[in-house]
Design a protein around this ligand. Structure first.
Ligand code: KIV
Length: 275
């Protein structure tokens, strides 16, 4: 007989059912101990390819590899029990063909144990999304500002500020929905556009730099925790991680220099204890 864990992870069906319901809370996660903290508060965690920038110090997400996504995906799965975990498909792992996308998405799911993958989905990706979903791989779409397109766009540029861009992003969202995506990230678009997409599609929209009227929100965790000097304009900082870490390390360095910390010889003293 199989045993059933008492804690059940949220599923893609749970997330999908939250359309027009209680807002979906999500954050990015990259490692086990931090994911374990986020797990208590988030409906889903995204192992974003932003890992390349915020953990590995790359200038964009373009250099992120399958191996990086799998390693961080495994860590996040180990640290969590409740939140659904979505892993980003990195640049170059899905654009060439539907078959390439399936092979890499299946590898991500098998090697990490995550519940879904995310694809930065221009309209061209609709066939790929449909192909994956038909073959049992749940897909989250990602429209608007697509960080993997940074070199075509000439920077991380907000979308939907003219009619042509507005129509293009709306078409991307509709294509992802029609192809079977269970939810879509809507990143860096005009607020009215995010609202219109949310009203138009029947799957949840997860906004980032978009609109509070989306069905949920996601932020890049180190940005909202205040790890960096610079963050995108729309990010609210809920902490001062950089200052907290610097203060703690400064105090530690000071104590070491002053020899005012408990020395190893005290901690591991071989002196017999007085009985
Ligand atoms: O990689 C990432 O962190 C993302 C979020 C910005 C949605 O795709």
């Amino acid at each position: 007989m199989s045993s059933h864990a008492t804690i059940r992870r949220l599923t893609t069906a749970d997330i999908r059912a939250r359309k027009n319901q209680q807002p979906i809370v999500s954050l990015t996660a990259y490692d086990a101990p931090n994911a374990a903290i986020l797990d208590d508060y988030c409906d889903f965690l995204l192992v974003g390819d932003s890992v390349g920038m915020v953990v590995h110090g790359l200038p964009s997400t373009v250099g992120v590899t399958m191996e990086m996504m799998i390693m961080h995906g495994q860590a996040v799965m180990r640290g969590t029990q409740r939140a659904m975990v979505v892993v980003d498909m990195p640049f170059g792992s899905y654009e060439e063909s539907k078959e390439q996308a399936f092979k890499n998405a299946a590898r991500i799911m098998q090697e990490t144990g995550c519940q879904a993958v995310k694809i930065e989905s221009g309209t061209y990706a609709a066939d790929t999304i449909a192909y994956l979903v038909e073959r049992s791989i749940p897909v989250m779409g990602h429209v608007g500002l697509r960080p993997q397109a940074v070199h075509v766009d000439g920077g991380f540029k907000a979308k939907g500020r003219n009619q042509a861009e507005w129509d293009k992003v709306m078409a991307e969202a509709l294509a992802a929905e029609k192809a079977g995506a269970f939810a879509i990230v809507v990143e860096g678009v005009a607020e009215d556009l995010a609202e219109e997409i949310t009203k138009t599609v029947k799957i949840p929209t997860i906004g980032i730099g978009a609109s509070a009227k989306c069905d949920g929100q996601i932020l890049v965790t180190p940005d909202m925790l205040g790890l960096f000097e610079w963050t995108p304009k729309f990010v609210k900082r809920y902490g001062s991680q950089k200052d907290n870490v610097a203060r703690a390390v400064e105090a530690y360095a000071h104590e070491v220099r002053e020899r005012s910390f408990p020395g190893e010889s005290q901690v591991y003293s071989l002196k017999p204890k007085a009985s």
